[in-house]
Design a protein around this ligand. Sequence first.
Ligand code: UD1
Length: 410
Amino acid sequence: MTPSDAQGRADAQGRADAQGRADAHSRSGTQGRAVLCVVGARPNFMKIAPVIRAMKAAAPPLPVRLLHTGQHYDPQMNAQYFEALGIPDPDINLEVGSASHAVQTAEIMRRFEPVLDRERPAAVLVVGDVNSTLACALVAAKKGVPVVHVEAGLRSFDRAMPEEINRVLTDQISDLLFITEKSARANLLREGVADARIHFVGNVMIDTLRDNLKKAVPARETLRARGAPPDWAERGFAVLTLHRPSNVDDPAVLAAMLGAICEVSRRAPVVFALHPRTRANIERFGLGARLTDAAVLQIPPLGYLELLGLMQSARLVLTDSGGIQEETTALGVPCITLRENTERPITVEEGTNTVVGQDPARIVAVADEAVRTGGKAGRVPELWDGRASQRIAAALAAWLDRGAAHRHAA
Ligand code: UD1
């Protein structure tokens, strides 16, 4: 059986299931048609898990179908998240894989269009800011299928970031926009998005965090399993993730970052979970030796429950990820963001985040202070209470019942 035969069968079975569910729970605005949820890359998985659960738990349930573009495909970036987070197997997988931004985005669009024609969903729901988000939103919008964007309105105001382009464009063509913090509403209004389309619901990433805190793998266990020296758990350690093109694609910048990390590791040993892009670039630029003598443990990308356990117990976290800035704020753990800006200002204004940029001296100074003083304290932002997905399901159901088809009136 070829992959496309298997896909065809899975699709047919999935459609039959969806039809069954739809018949059982018809909603007036959708004639029982499903909401097609899209994921593609790792940060999408933590966001979609609670949304799907809340949609299924709504009364009556919202029929849902899950499409994976295949943007991330390594088991360490992909399958282990589905399992840990209890995400159902995707009904459809476009299997696009890696390529340049243009090719990846175009390929997702090309493969998504016939799926959309077949599925005829009531709406397409996208999350976050990755290439899969924009590609699927664009295809849907051009076909007149309503687009729902979860985590809308965040802005770094840095158009050199591919994610910023994805955010701005996705929001422009979305019909229903769910936001995580109030700054997002101001951003959207400034860009001409109608207020009635914007719903402040809180943060689905934090729903997932709260759902999984009890299941987090204890740091001590992960450190042991990954071969860290036995005293790291007592000494206190830092966690590092690094994958943005602006940090890892330029040899001089990456070398400077690794130099700063070596310095930080003299204050607290560092657990460095390596994204495939970062690992490849360290090898390609011949920078591997920089870390060998330092107290830096280099490990493959961690599973969600392992990373959560490590972050919970860490003295500080250094990262260029968006989601980790939010998770550390929710956990109350100091976060040093290795970027010049953040699209999540509430993590700085209210949370534990400090944006330090790429200057090695500043990175070391802020890390040093965090190790000595315990770092920046913060509070958990409004509506980051674990119930964002329920609010989304309720608002989505009401919107579909009103008839999403009248969306242009909004
Ligand atoms: C993507 C998102 C980024 C997100 C990140 C999380 C965009 C524009 N970027 O970036 O916002 O923070 O995911 O990880 O969508 N690779 C593998 N295996 C995989 C996936 C990727 O080896 O499963 C390697 C490939 O060499 C690939 C490179 O990583 O070329 C980059 O992958 P890609 O999906 O293009 O972007 P990310 O850098 O992961």
